[in-house]
Design a binder for this molecule. Sequence first.
Ligand SMILES: [Zn+2]
Length: 411
Amino acid sequence: MSLSLDATRLLVLQNADVLAPARIGLRDIVVSGERIVALLPAGSKLSGLEVEKIDVAGQLVCPGFVDNHVHTLGGGGGLGFSSRAPEIQASQLARAGITTIIGMLGFDATSKSMAALVSKTKGLREDGLSAYCLTGATLEHPVPTLTGQIRTDIAFVDEIIGVGELSISELGYGYDSFGKGAQYVAEAAVAGLLAGRLSRKAGYCCLQVPPYLEQVLKPMFDVVDRTGIPITQFIPSHVNQTDGYMEDAITWGLKGGWVDIGANYSPGNNYGRATLPHKAYTRLRQAGVPAGRILLSSDGNGAPPKEEKGENKPKVANYMPMRALYAAWRRLITEEDIDVSDALAAVTSNVARATGLTRKGELAPGMDADLLVLNKDFELVHVIARGQAFVANGQLVRRGMFEETLINELS
Ligand SMILES: [Zn+2]
């Protein structure tokens, strides 16, 4: 087969063993600018062009990871001002195989704002990655917004694609989770849904579910039953935080809802009641939750207080590293024997579907050229975001604007 295109520069990944995330065999992946333009049978001839070729024979190529839960500006703040985590840097994401993020404010909407979040999101785009964000914050009803309303934020601000992360009743602060709290969550979700329809976005609602109370997702079953809001408009976060939450997440998944596993939630990271993320995946599947409904995200760059029992006040903020996402994903394959395509779907195509990112999460003509090249041990060799290499042969080759300076300042 041969192909002739009018373009100034093409990048071709030759002899790629493509996981799109479905396994589709050996292909030459043709990239023009920021998009994939063709997946040709391996060995196809390209003519009339300036072509940069990378031979990836013997290696796997899959979509870049889409991390649906990132504290872009830095989370934390629950243990004093010094516990406010710093802003994310582009290479923190790229070197972890993450080429797209969906960011959110989180706990601290007092010292951090939607204006800063949208600005940082635009900045990551300028750095060469793909970035989106949600409007709102965890604990505030009504949530803070950029334009004054959830609806106008989602409808008119390109970067904003949904609302959250919104607590059902974190720590029980002042909310009646089955009454006023549930009512507010339903109103926020409807605002997102309507604005999403207007602007061709998902307009979904990311939920923070309190780990301290028995009720976990139960107020949300009520909301879905009583309002008719499609269950897929909600993404419950880090469902592996406690056993009770896992039980409700299984029911949620069996009803057709998305369930999002938190890669940073594990006993080793001060979450004593959490199920390890790869074990949580297996447990959901064994309970009958379809692979197509399971997501995996980092909650990265967040810094929640360490969980403590009883009267003990937390003293440590748990920084959530971005690389936990890749590490948890790899353990799905190496330790749980999960099918590679299913494992990939949890960090690529499922996430894109849940969040309405139509050019993300799959390798096909017309999709964004976000590509990971992995060796047979599933280690990252190349990371390409929007057609440009961030990692080449295992080395970081591109950084955000101030990263070099920061490294020098800190060393
Ligand atoms: Zn979070």
